[in-house]
Design a protein around this ligand. Structure first.
Ligand code: NAP
Ligand code: 8YV
Length: 327
């Protein structure tokens, strides 16, 4: 399968919130059509929908069969984010549509966020900040934190690009690391645990950085939390779907684990009220990659994937489920 290179105009759909780099990234060989949400797709003229050959999905908005099937000439969808659980890649593969994501350019940023969240959770930075602002410091010193990185062993759930970047940061902090994934990761020195429960028993800290989707749904469940034990700390920067949220709330409430740092939630941006009232959790609004620097690089990769494809080249970062044949 290959895109036809010609001097004809190429119709692209920019699907999702407007992004300067995407809006301004294409030459006048491209005709851009903008739609912010699934509901707004109805505003597209049928004649236009019939001409769309490429889609830039500019945020993690669902691109399932009902969306993709509106575009009979669709060749490629360039999606924002390394995770693509919002895209129906099975439908895409079956219909010869290539999907690209934005790996690598966000890896170090997300790993930075993860270490920051881990340390902030253990050393109670949010509570400490409130202590200063409220004037409580004038009445006495902030209590010592129960948690510390110094006496911990971390199990990373997912040892891909970001898991390895997190591992490098923990190495620099002299923290022992092991990991769980389905297969041992090539060239990785840490001990591999094929069994998640066995790893949870062997560590006191879990950092979760696997993809979302069916194979990881609620994999951090009550049994894993119990195995982690009362010193246990969970940092989830993967997807909310990966953690059984009610089981996590119960474990945090009962003291079955110590604390959690969460960047992602099962039904985000809705966050359970119970979590919001807990003192032993830090809650972030899915900001793992959310700096201007890194988001610009992600947006640029969307543009570059589409430009390369329509220049007759292979896209830069196709997902494995929709391999590119014939280029
Ligand atoms: P990656 O390089 O593809 O690594 C994924 C890792 O997860 C691999 O080690 C893989 O190993 C493991 N894995 C996949 N399915 C698994 C399963 N069912 N059970 C156990 N391990 C499994 O991906 P990445 O670039 O590191 O990104 C990982 C994920 O982080 C993304 O998909 C995204 O959901 C999330 N993320 C979040 C943010 C944020 O803002 N919070 C930012 C970026 C990424 P095996 O295949 O051997 O199992
Ligand atoms: C994105 C992410 O910010 O890349 C991913 O998988 O989770 C983040 O980097 C997110 O997709 C934005 O909604």
């Amino acid at each position: 399968m290959a895109s036809t290179v010609s001097s004809e105009k190429i119709d692209l759909l920019l699907y999702g919130p407007s992004k300067r780099i995407v809006d301004e990234g294409f030459s006048d060989q491209f005709v851009l059509h903008k739609v912010e949400s699934f509901a707004d797709l109805d505003t597209l003229d049928a004649g236009v929908a019939g001409k769309i050959r490429g889609v830039a999905i500019t945020d993690s908005i669902p691109a399932g069969a009902p969306m993709q099937s509106r575009f009979p000439k669709l060749e490629i969808m360039a999606s924002f984010g390394v995770g693509y659980d919002h895209v129906d890649s099975t439908y895409a593969r079956e219909h010869g549509i290539v999907v690209t994501n934005t790996p690598d350019v966000l890896t170090e940023e997300v790993a930075d966020t993860t270490l920051g969240l881990l340390i902030a959770t253990l050393r109670e930075f949010v509570k400490a900040d409130k202590y200063v602002r409220s004037g409580l410091w004038l009445g006495g010193k902030f209590p010592l934190s129960v948690g510390s990185l110094r006496d911990r062993k971390v199990g990373i759930v997912g040892m891909g690009r970001i898991g390895q970047a997190i591992g490098r940061r923990l190495d620099a902090s002299l923290v022992p690391v092991v990991y769980h994934s389905r297969n041992p990761a090539a060239g990785v020195k840490y001990k591999h645990y094929p069994d998640l429960i066995e790893m949870a028993k062997a560590v006191d800290t879990l950092i979760v950085i696997v993809p979302g989707g069916a194979s990881t749904l609620k994999m951090i469940n009550a049994d894993v939390l119990k195995a982690l034990g009362p010193r246990g700390v969970i940092v989830n920067v993967a997807r909310g779907s990966v953690v059984d949220e009610p089981a996590l709330i119960a474990a945090l409430k009962s003291g079955a684990i110590l604390a959690a740092g969460l960047d992602v939630f099962a039904d985000e941006p809705k966050v359970p009220d119970e979590l919001k009232t807990m003192q032993n959790v830090i809650l972030l609004p899915h900001i793992g990659s959310a700096s201007v620097y890194t988001r610009n690089a992600m947006d640029q990769l969307i543009v570059d994937n589409l430009i390369d494809w329509f220049a007759g080249k292979p896209p830069l970062t196709p997902i494995p489920e929709t391999p590119v044949k014939g280029r």
